[in-house]
Ligand binder design. Structure first.
Ligand code: ADE
Length: 321
């Protein structure tokens, strides 16, 4: 099996040559460069471990994937999607950054930002519900990260509070791009896809077979089996609702019943749900993706009054001493 390893992240090591002249040598990081620590998470195809770079003492989260298992379960394509996607999204504080990838005989390794605060879901469960201010704070960061990934041609397709991690400062880091979709970015003439590209068909295959997590799945995915950028905004509406209500808007005894509620747009608000937030959620939970509020309009919605969008995203009421 071929594991793509183009453009792997590397480090620079300063050495001296035979004559004593200093030279910079490009060195690829490997398993031996890290001390592995506690388990941070376990998925069906991977384990995430805390790890420390032996040289810099910087801490990371390393996602370890078992090659044999991935081949057996036919997930090679999705591992490559995750890597390609993360390599496209290296410049936003709200997205878990991929620093290095390497492999040994048995495993693949993704060296990622450590998000020591754990999942937003865990924090929400501890709190029960968030107030409006807290929801605005996390919501703004999630939306800003979505805006960035969309501008880079990536649809996440599985946004939910489990995939929103928190760093040591309680700032969000979106993770889990294994089910993302990379949109075709127009290439200059003559540099289009090469025949036999192993990624050929990856998106179309996924479009018919992939359904995200039931509670956050958009109606267009259920009816047309097709996700678009607005599908992430449907999930964003579900998340805003959940932060304020303590539970997602569409939830039933099983997946099938949940899907039925989604396509029927069957949801209601608990008592005390803030009016302005309700207006925003109602404009996001819209069946026709073309009629869903676009990102720029969401940013200008009254719910986000007080947020300074743009580099160094901030909440002005927080800046006050
Ligand atoms: N669990 C999964 N990914 C993680 C990360 N990057 N940091 C902390 N915990 C995680």
């Amino acid at each position: 099996e071929e594991w793509k390893d183009k453009g792997a992240a590397v480090g620079i090591r300063q050495e001296v040559d035979a004559s004593g002249k200093p030279v910079n040598r490009v060195v690829k990081k490997g398993v031996k460069d890290f001390n592995f620590g506690r388990t941070l998470g376990e998925g069906s195809y991977s384990t995430v471990l805390a790890a420390t770079d032996r040289q810099t003492l910087r801490e990371y989260a390393i996602k370890v994937l078992d090659k044999r298992h991935i081949i057996k379960e036919k997930k090679v394509k999705y591992v490559n999607i995750e890597k390609d996607t993360l390599n496209r999204l290296t410049d936003h504080p709200g997205i878990v950054r991929l620093y290095y990838t390497f492999q040994d005989e048995r495993s693949l390794y993704f060296v990622l930002d450590l998000a020591s605060g754990g999942e937003l879901l865990g924090f929400l469960k501890k709190m029960g519900t968030f107030d409006e201010e807290c929801t605005r704070f996390y919501g703004a960061q999630i939306l800003d990260a979505i805006g960035y990934m969309h501008s880079r041609g990536v649809i996440h397709r599985d946004l939910k509070p489990e995939n929103v991690l928190l760093d040591s400062q309680m700032h969000v880091k979106i993770t889990d791009f294994g089910t993302a979709k990379i949109l075709d970015i127009k290439r200059p003439n003559g540099s289009g896809a090469v025949a036999g590209d192993p990624m050929d068909g990856a998106d179309t295959d996924r479009a018919v077979s992939f359904v995200g997590t039931a509670e956050y799945v958009s109606p267009e995915l259920l009816t047309d089996k097709n996700a678009c950028k607005a599908s992430d905004l449907w999930a964003f509406g579900c998340i805003i609702y959940q932060l304020l209500a303590g539970r997602p808007p569409f939830k039933a005894g099983n997946e099938y019943l949940t899907f039925q509620k989604i396509v029927a747009l069957e949801y209601s608000y608990p008592d005390g749900f803030p009016e302005v937030a309700r207006d925003l959620v109602d404009r996001l939970l819209v069946l026709d993706p073309a009629k869903r509020l676009p990102i720029e309009h969401i940013k200008n919605h009254q719910f986000f009054d007080g947020i300074s969008w743009g580099p160094g995203l901030s909440l002005n009421s927080w800046a006050a001493p």
